[in-house]
Design a protein around this ligand. Structure first.
Ligand SMILES: C[S@@+](CC[C@H](N)C(=O)[O-])C[C@H]1O[C@@H](n2cnc3c(N)ncnc32)[C@H](O)[C@@H]1O
Length: 208
């Protein structure tokens, strides 16, 4: 599986942005950010060859749904083969910015979690903003709902790109090549959605 990942990196280095899949330790740290005690709607951005996906699938509730968004067509074929017998999983060979559209097509209003491995730090500002706005809008306005990212830099948090989320928690995972920050952005604080740095409160789905 790593060979396919390396091949896809060599074919499109700026999109795939990593030569090896995430380590077991990083996968463990990311997966423990999700509460699987009930049915959840989960989206994963940039699953690659599926290392985080397999762990989410292993842990998730029988009635949960997992929507995978992967731009690379060859990786999508590989993902489809892996999860063909699991009706909870759907593979979407498209830009993750289209999450709200895919949720609507499936008759779903929101999701509980979005897990992302896409290389935000090398995305253009407008694309970054589109993905982050749509992600915020797609999450349930409930305290558990969250956007979980693993990134080499913590710029989404430190440079204010995710200030429309209510609050965030970060940890550092050095047992990975390269070491990564794992950050969990919550949509809601105490049951209220908070938009912007000044904490303007709404009770709905507002994104910045
Ligand atoms: C660094 S790899 C991460 C792969 C895997 N999740 C892991 O942890 O090993 C980033 C993946 O995101 C995908 N990707 C990049 N931009 C994307 C976008 N806008 N929408 C969906 N997938 C994207 C790439 O094709 C690549 O497979």
């Amino acid at each position: 599986m790593s060979t396919l990942f390396l091949k896809r990196f060599l074919s499109n280095p700026f999109q795939v942005a990593s030569i090896v899949p995430s380590s077991k330790e990083l996968i463990r740290r990311v997966s423990r950010k999700l509460d699987h005690s009930g049915p959840r709607i989960i989206a994963e951005y940039g699953p690659g060859e599926g290392c985080h996906t397999r762990e989410i699938v292993r842990r998730m509730h029988p009635e949960s749904r997992l929507l995978l968004f992967e731009l690379d067509a060859d990786l999508c074929v590989h993902l489809q083969k892996q999860f063909v017998n699991d009706k909870r999983v759907s593979v979407h060979n498209m830009d993750c910015a289209r999450l709200p559209e895919v949720l609507a097509e499936k008759g779903l209003t929101h999701c509980d979690y979005v897990v992302s491995g896409i290389p935000f730090s090398i995305l253009e500002k407008a694309k970054k903003r589109e993905i982050l706005t749509n992600t915020h809008a797609a999450l349930k306005p409930e305290p558990h709902a969250a956007f979980v990212i693993y990134q080499v830099t913590n710029e989404l948090r430190t440079r204010g790109h995710c200030d429309h989320f209510a609050h965030a928690e970060s940890e550092w995972c050095f047992i990975n090549l390269p070491p990564m920050f794992v950050t969990k952005f919550f949509k809601s604080a105490n049951g209220h959605v908070v938009n912007g740095k000044n904490g303007h409160r709404t009770n709905g789905n507002g994104a910045h």
